[in-house]
Design a protein around this ligand. Structure first.
Ligand code: PMV
Length: 338
């Protein structure tokens, strides 16, 4: 039996624009998905999902994804969860050159599903790591990231950037621009996350931005401006001392860039009233800055505040279902038990 875990993430800057080759800076957070994998003697795959912010379910099937199990939860959720686990299994089988390997799999996660915190990337990364180790073919983090990207790319019909999967595999703060992916040195940032209890449809939101960008020059320029924010934000972080607590001047400027980024995402139509209300609650509470994180449409915002003020304000915000502080997680995928 092998257990691996991988972190979720927030986007400090750059979601959506990253799809068009602009840079993004996602940051891994201390909320993890944990995947337990045990080799079976046959070629079946049995998946048990626990604590996924949806009712747990267990399914057994032959590894043939056409063969849907008969379970009492909405098909879309089963398909989504199974799709990512399937894709991870396929990558592991391919890496180990064992196309018929069967597994019992348990997926646990404290990352809200589909809410912009990279839950699917964390499941895929941890799944590939655990399954390849179980087949005695451990991969290095970069190879796990590369294969996790391939898995997401397949499940999301080509609508995936390398940002989520690379960040989850490597941990810390990362810079992603097209195929260039690298870790950055950065100080620990005081993230506060507000969750509206909902989820956006990533495919639809990405398609909406794509439409706007191809139809209007000003929308294309808006996407380009997000890229500019990311480049300047990266310079700020690179010049900061990663060993010390970030100072007011750095947080003020980063916060200003986050506010700007949120405004541009809002203009591109990917925010929502609940996300905007949470963003404004955070700003009015004195956060350095606040923005949606991930695809948008619903889900989470991320704010910068080292005081308890933003958390308190979000607790009293009607649209906010859950609020928590998230430390930067400098460890990416890791094996918990082998
Ligand atoms: O909502 P998430 O965590 O799946 O993030 C989506 C981020 C996008 O930039 C909109 C798409 C992508 O693949 O980068």
């Amino acid at each position: 039996m092998t257990i691996s875990s991988a972190p979720g993430k927030v986007y400090l800057f750059g979601e959506h624009a990253v799809v068009y080759g602009e840079p993004a800076v996602p940051c891994a957070i201390e909320r993890r998905a944990t995947v337990t994998v045990e080799r079976r003697s046959d070629n079946h795959i049995r998946v048990e999902a626990r604590d996924l912010s949806l009712d747990g379910f267990t399914v057994e099937y032959t590894g043939d994804t056409e063969h849907r199990p008969d379970v009492d939860v909405p098909t879309a959720l089963v398909d989504a969860a199974m799709g990512y686990v399937d894709a991870a299994v396929e990558q592991a089988r391919d890496a180990a050159d064992m196309p018929d390997a069967g597994f019992d799999i348990i997926v646990e996660s404290d990352i809200p599903l589909g809410a912009g915190l990279g839950s699917s990337a964390a499941v895929v990364v941890a799944g590939i790591d655990a399954a390849t180790r179980e087949l005695n073919t451990p991969l290095d983090c970069r190879e796990v990231a590369r294969r996790a990207y391939n898995a997401e790319y397949d499940v999301q019909d080509g609508q995936a950037s390398r940002a989520d999967t690379f960040c989850s595999a490597m941990g810390g703060v990362v810079y992603v621009e097209g195929d260039e992916c690298r870790r950055m040195t950065a100080p620990n940032l005081p993230f506060v996350i507000g969750f509206d209890g909902g989820a956006g449809d990533t495919g639809e939101l990405v398609a909406g931005v794509r439409r706007l960008r191809s139809e209007y020059d000003f929308a294309a320029k808006t996407v380009g401006s997000i890229g500019e924010i990311v480049r300047q934000g990266e310079t700020l972080l690179q010049n900061a001392n990663p060993e010390t607590t970030p100072g007011q001047a750095l947080l003020t400027e980063l916060g200003q860039f986050m506010d700007f980024d949120h405004g541009l995402l809002e203009a591109l139509g990917v925010s929502s009233r609940t996300l905007d209300n949470m963003v404004w609650a955070a700003r009015e509470a004195g956060a350095y800055g606040a923005k949606l994180t991930g695809a948008g449409g619903g889900g989470c915002i991320v704010a910068l505040d080292e005081t308890p003020e933003t958390e308190t304000a979000l607790e009293y915000t009607a649209e906010c279902h859950d609020v928590f502080r998230a430390e930067l997680d400098r460890t990416g995928v890791r094996v918990e038990e082998n």
